[in-house]
Design a protein around this ligand. Structure first.
Ligand SMILES: Cc1ncc(COP(=O)(O)O)c(C=O)c1O
Length: 399
C-alpha cells in the first residue's frame, strides 16, 4: 500500500464533489442541468474577442518562456492603475503586486506564509470552500463568523469580535461573497478594518467579483483602510471572463511597511513555483487597459437572471432567497420539513431524480450553510426556468 497523507485524505471541495457524482449520472445517460458551475464560459458568456486576440498575439510574439516570478512588470503597472481607477486604492506601486495562478494560488501563498499549525483564520460563514480546505491543508484552523441572512447576509460584527482568540492570525472578507452574493456596506467594511487594526490581524480582502455588482458599487477594503494594512485578492476569472487563463494577483496595501517581511517571503514562494502563464499575463494588460464594454452586457444579463432566480425561489413553498447584490450565486434557504435530514441529502436526491445539479449549503460552512443550497444564475433564462420547474415539482412531490 502506498502511503497517503492525512493532509490530502481530508481534502474536500463540495462543488467539485457534487460535479463528480453528476458526471457519473450523465455517463449513465441522464440529462443533467448544471447550476453548480461558477464558470461563465460554461454557459453563454464568452471571453471578449479583443482579449482572445491579445492572447493569440502574445503567443505569436514569442512570450512563451518563463516570466519574472512576481509577474510581468507592465501587467503589475496596469493592475495598480486598475485598482486606483475602479477601486479608489491609492499608494500601490508595481512592487506591491504579485501575479499568481489565479486567486487560488494567492490564497495558498498567504496561508502558507502567515500561519503555523493551530493558528486560526477567521472567515465568513458561509464562505468559498477552498478557504476552509486550504487552511486545513496547511494545519491552520478555519473559524467561520456568522453572516446574517436576515440582514442581507452581512457579516455579524459582534460575532467576529466574539470569535477572536489569542490564536487568531487572519481575518478574511470576501466582497461580494460566494455563495451568498452579499455586497458589504461601507460601514461593515470599515468595522471589519477596525477590528483587524485593533487586534493586529492580517486582513485579507477577496474582491474577485468587484465589478460584477447590480445595484450599488463595491467599497474596496484598501480604499478606506487608511493605516491598516490589507492584502487584496483579485483576478481575471470572473470579471474578465477568462477562468481558464489561471491568472490572478494579490496586492499589499501597506502604508506603514508592516507587511514588507511577509511580502518578501511570499515572493520566495513565487520564485519556487517559477511564474504564472506568460502569454496570458501579456493579454491581461489589454484586458485591463482596453475597452471594458463587455461588463455592461455581462451585468445586464446577470441582473435579469438574478431577478428570475430570486423570484422562482421565493415562489416555491418552503424556499426563500435573499437577493444577491453581486457575483453570480444565490443561496436559498429551504425548509426540509422532515423530508430530508440535511442539505447534502436534499441535493443528492434532487440530482438523482431531476438531473438538476446545485451544491449543498453545508459545503460552504457546516454551521451557517446547512439548510441551504447554492445555485448559479449564469444560465440563460430558459434553462433557469426549466431547472426551477423541476426543483419546484420535486419539492412539491415530497409533501
Ligand atoms: C471568492 C472566490 N475567490 C477565488 C476564486 C477562485 O479564483 P481563481 O479562478 O482566480 O483561482 C473563486 C472562484 O469561484 C471565488 O469565488
Amino acid at each position: 500500500m502506498v502511503f497517503i497523507s492525512n493532509r490530502v485524505k481530508n481534502l474536500t471541495y463540495a462543488i467539485r464533489d457534487v460535479a463528480a457524482v453528476a458526471m457519473e449520472l450523465e455517463k449513465q445517460g441522464k440529462r443533467m442541468l448544471y447550476l453548480n458551475i461558477g464558470d461563465p464560459i460554461a454557459y453563454d458568456f464568452k471571453t471578449p474577442e479583443i482579449f482572445r486576440e491579445a492572447a493569440k498575439k502574445a503567443i505569436d510574439d514569442g512570450y512563451n518562456g518563463y516570466s519574472a516570478s512576481n509577474g510581468v512588470e507592465e501587467l503589475r503597472k496596469a493592475i495598480v492603475e486598475k485598482e486606483k481607477k475602479y477601486n479608489n486604492i491609492n499608494g500601490l506601486s508595481p512592487e506591491d503586486v504579485l501575479v499568481t495562478n489565479g486567486v487560488s494560488e494567492a490564497l495558498q501563498f498567504v496561508i502558507a506564509a502567515a500561519t503555523e499549525g493551530g493558528d486560526e483564520i477567521l472567515m465568513p460563514g458561509p464562505t468559498y470552500p477552498p478557504y476552509i480546505s486550504i487552511a486545513q491543508f496547511f494545519g491552520a484552523v478555519p473559524v467561520t463568523y456568522d453572516c446574517d441572512e436576515n440582514n442581507g447576509w452581512q457579516p455579524d460584527i459582534d460575532d467576529i469580535r466574539k470569535k477572536i482568540t489569542p490564536k487568531t492570525r487572519m481575518l478574511v472578507l470576501i466582497n461580494p461573497n460566494n455563495p451568498t452574493g452579499a455586497l458589504y456596506s461601507e460601514k461593515t467594511v470599515k468595522q471589519i478594518i477596525d477590528i483587524a487594526g485593533e487586534h493586529n490581524l492580517l486582513l485579507l480582502s477577496d474582491e474577485i467579483y468587484d465589478r460584477m455588482t447590480f445595484d450599488e458599487q463595491i467599497v474596496s477594503t484598501a480604499s478606506i483602510a487608511k493605516d491598516v494594512p490589507v492584502i487584496g485578492f483579485n483576478g481575471f476569472s470572473k470579471i474578465y471572463l477568462a477562468p481558464g487563463w489561471r491568472l490572478g494577483y494579490m496586492y499589499f496595501y501597506d502604508p506603514e511597511d508592516k507587511l514588507t517581511e511577509l511580502r518578501k517571503n511570499i515572493e520566495k514562494e513565487g520564485r519556487v513555483r517559477l511564474c504564472a502563464p506568460h502569454p496570458f499575463q501579456i493579454a491581461a494588460i489589454t484586458a485591463l487597459r482596453g475597452p471594458q464594454d463587455h461588463l455592461i452586457e455581462m451585468n445586464r444579463k446577470l441582473r435579469v437572471r438574478r431577478d428570475l432566480t430570486v423570484k422562482r425561489c421565493n415562489e416555491i413553498e418552503g424556499v426563500s432567497c435573499v437577493t444577491p447584490k453581486g457575483a453570480f450565486y444565490a443561496f436559498p434557504k429551504i425548509d426540509f420539513n422532515g423530508k430530508w435530514p440535511n442539505s447534502k441529502e436534499f441535493v443528492m436526491e434532487l440530482m438523482r431524480e431531476t438531473g438538476v445539479v446545485v451544491v449543498f449549503g453545508s459545503g460552504f460552512c457546516p454551521r451557517t450553510g446547512e439548510g441551504h443550497f447554492r445555485t448559479v444564475f449564469l444560465p440563460p433564462p430558459e434553462m433557469l426556468n426549466e431547472a426551477f420547474d423541476k426543483i419546484e415539482q420535486f419539492i412539491k412531490s415530497k409533501k
